[in-house]
Write a protein that binds this ligand. Structure first.
Ligand code: AKG
Ligand code: FE2
Length: 353
C-alpha cells in the first residue's frame, strides 16, 4: 500500500482573537475537521511561533540531557506525592523509571489553582522542578506561546462546529497544560535487553486534548497508525510546522468525531506489522528510542488541555452528528488527569542501570 502522508492545517486566520469571519477561516476550519476526523494527526502551519524560539527550546533540552551530571539530574527527580517536593508527576525521570522505559524526560505541568506555597504536595498540586533559571525562562516563554496557539486552535475548532469562536474560552482558561522535555538515548542491544517490555507497549494514544509536538530533525522516529489500521504513516518533522494530534479527551468531547490515533516510536529491525491488534491498556506516554544516530533525539510535546475544573461532556452538536446518543459521560478534567497520571509511574522509581 502506498503510504499516506499527514494532512496540513493552516491556523493563521485564527491567531488574532476577535478577527472577523472570513473565507480563510472557514477553509482552515474545514481542513481541521477533516484532518481530525479522518486521521487524528496533522501538520499545523501558520502557527506564528518563531523558528529561533523553537530551536532554542530543542537546543536547551539537548544540551541539558547530554551534559548534565547525574547528581544534578537526580536533584530534580520526580518523587511520589508527599515525599520531599514531589507531587507524583513533576520532575525528571531517567530511562526505565516510568512505563515509557525508552526515554528520559523532565515533566512540567501548569500550576494547580490550589497549589500550596510549600510541600508536602498532593498529587499534581506541586511546583515544577526546573533544572535552572535559563531553562525555566526559555520554557516559560515558549509554553506561553503554545497556549495562545492552543486557544487559536480551539477557535478554529469552534468554527468547524458552527459554534461561536469564543465557545471554548471558559473551558480552557487557564489550560492545565503539560509539557515534556524528552531525550531519547540510542537504543543499543544492551538497552533492548534491559527493557524488553518496551517493545510491546510502544503504541499509545495521548490522553488529553491537543498535542503540539516540537521535535528535532531526526527522521523515521514517529509513526502514526492509519485509519484502516493496516499501515503506518510517517510523521517526520517538517520545518515550520508542528505535528499536532487529537487525544482521548478531545475524542470524548466530540463524541468520537475527532479520532485519538495510536502512534509509536520506531525501532530498527522492528517489524511494525507485528504490532497489529489491541492498543495496549496503558496509554501512558511510551516511546522507543531509535538508534539511527549516535546522538540523542530530543522532542518537546506540549499537551494543551482544559482547565482543571472544566466539566467535559460530548458537545451537543457532535452528538447530533453521530446518531443522537452521547457515547461518553461527563468528566471533570482534573479528576480524569489524576487517574491517568497515577498509572504512568511505577510505585517506586526503578534504577535504569
Ligand atoms: O517524541 C515524539 O516523537 C512523540 C512524543 C509523544 O508521542 C508523546 O509524548 O506522547
Ligand atoms: Fe504521544
Amino acid at each position: 500500500m502506498i503510504p499516506m502522508a499527514l494532512p496540513f492545517v493552516d491556523v493563521s486566520p485564527f491567531l488574532t482573537k476577535g478577527s472577523p469571519p472570513s473565507d480563510a477561516k472557514r477553509a482552515s476550519a474545514k481542513a481541521l475537521f477533516d484532518a481530525c476526523h479522518d486521521v487524528g494527526f496533522f501538520y499545523l502551519r501558520g502557527h506564528g511561533v518563531p523558528k529561533e524560539q523553537c530551536d532554542q527550546v530543542l537546543e536547551t533540552v539537548h544540551r541539558w540531557m547530554l551534559t548534565t551530571p547525574d547528581v544534578e539530574k537526580t536533584a530534580i527527580a520526580r518523587q511520589d506525592a508527599g515525599v520531599g517536593s514531589g507531587d507524583g508527576a513533576r520532575g525528571y525521570q531517567r530511562v526505565g523509571e516510568n512505563v515509557t522505559l525508552g526515554k528520559s524526560a523532565i515533566d512540567l505541568y501548569a500550576t494547580h489553582p490550589e497549589s500550596p506555597a510549600s510541600p508536602p504536595y498532593k498529587p499534581l498540586h506541586g511546583r515544577n522542578l526546573w533544572p535552572n533559571e535559563k531553562f525555566e525562562s526559555v520554557f516559560t516563554a515558549y509554553i506561553d506561546k503554545v497556549l495562545l496557539l492552543g486557544a487559536a486552535l480551539m477557535r478554529c475548532m469552534a468554527t468547524a462546529f458552527d459554534l461561536p469562536e469564543d465557545y471554548f474560552d471558559s473551558y480552557i482558561s487557564p489550560s492545565f497544560w503539560v509539557c515534556r522535555a524528552i531525550g531519547y538515548p540510542p537504543l543499543t542491544p544492551a538497552a533492548m535487553e534491559r527493557n524488553p517490555g518496551g517493545v510491546s507497549c510502544g503504541a499509545h494514544s495521548d490522553y488529553g486534548c491537543w498535542t503540539f509536538l516540537l521535535a528535532d530533525d531526526t527522521k523515521g522516529a514517529l509513526k502514526v497508525k492509519s485509519k484502516d489500521g493496516d499501515s503506518w504513516i510517517d510523521a517526520d518533522p517538517i520545518e515550520g510546522a508542528y505535528v499536532v494530534n487529537v487525544g482521548d479527551m478531545l475524542m470524548q468531547w466530540t463524541n468520537g468525531l475527532f479520532k485519538s490515533t495510536v502512534h509509536q516510536g520506531t525501532l530498527e529491525n522492528h517489524n511494525l506489522a507485528d504490532e497489529e491488534g489491541e492498543t495496549p491498556a496503558c496509554d501512558a506516554k511510551y516511546h522507543i528510542a531509535h538508534d539511527a544516530t549516535p546522538d540523542k533525539r530530543v522532542s518537546v510535546p506540549v499537551f494543551f488541555e482544559p482547565a482543571w475544573d472544566a466539566e467535559i461532556s460530548p458537545l451537543e452538536t457532535c452528538v447530533q452528528k453521530t446518531g443522537g446518543e452521547a457515547l461518553y459521560g461527563s468528566v471533570r478534567y482534573g479528576e480524569y488527569l489524576l487517574g491517568k497520571v497515577s498509572t504512568n509511574f511505577y510505585a517506586a522509581p526503578r534504577s535504569a542501570d
